[in-house]
Ligand binder design. Structure first.
Ligand SMILES: [Zn+2]
Length: 162
């Protein structure tokens, strides 16, 4: 799932939980729950912005997906810090760090192959594909992106009202 969606969900947790450590842990857990939702980026042979994914470890795709994701995260964070005074609270910042940390560590592992991070990457990968393996099907990537846009809109709306 886009790291932006994780950051947005973590923002809600940070808004409601004023203990930084608890907000961090709950956001970390929320990351794994959100990743369970099939969102189309699991299978091989799919297309992302017209580029066919031949190999899951294809760094062109990872770089493209990661770059778009990072830009969206930057836009979201600017939107958040410009519009909501609560966003600068420590517990909100720690919640966001907890919400995005698994993907940051996995990306770091994919780039560096650092052995220390392998267990985290394995757990993340198994969790990410758990429902897809269980039902032996994934949704098309385009639908996955649409699903995440809808989810993101819903979460941003929740940031206003909770
Ligand atoms: Zn993840």
């Amino acid at each position: 799932m886009f790291v932006t969606v994780h950051a947005a969900a973590a923002t809600i947790i940070g808004k409601k939980i004023s203990n930084s450590a608890l907000a961090f842990v709950l956001s970390l857990i929320s990351h794994f729950i959100l990743d369970l939702i099939p969102h189309g980026d699991e299978s091989l042979g799919k297309k992302f912005l017209g580029i066919k994914i031949k190999n899951k470890e294809d760094f062109r795709i990872l770089a493209l997906y990661g770059s778009i994701d990072t830009c969206l995260l930057a836009i979201f964070l600017i939107f958040l810090f410009k519009n909501f005074s609560f966003a600068t609270n420590d517990h909100v910042v720690w919640a966001i760090i907890g919400g995005i940390l698994p993907d940051v560590l996995v990306a770091f592992y994919k780039i560096t192959n650092l052995k220390l991070l392998k267990p985290i990457a394995d757990i993340h990968g198994r969790n990410h594909s758990w429902l897809i393996r269980k039902f032996k099907t994934d949704i098309p990537l385009n639908y996955g992106v649409i699903l995440q846009i809808i989810l993101m809109s819903l979460i941003v709306w929740l940031i206003y009202i909770v």
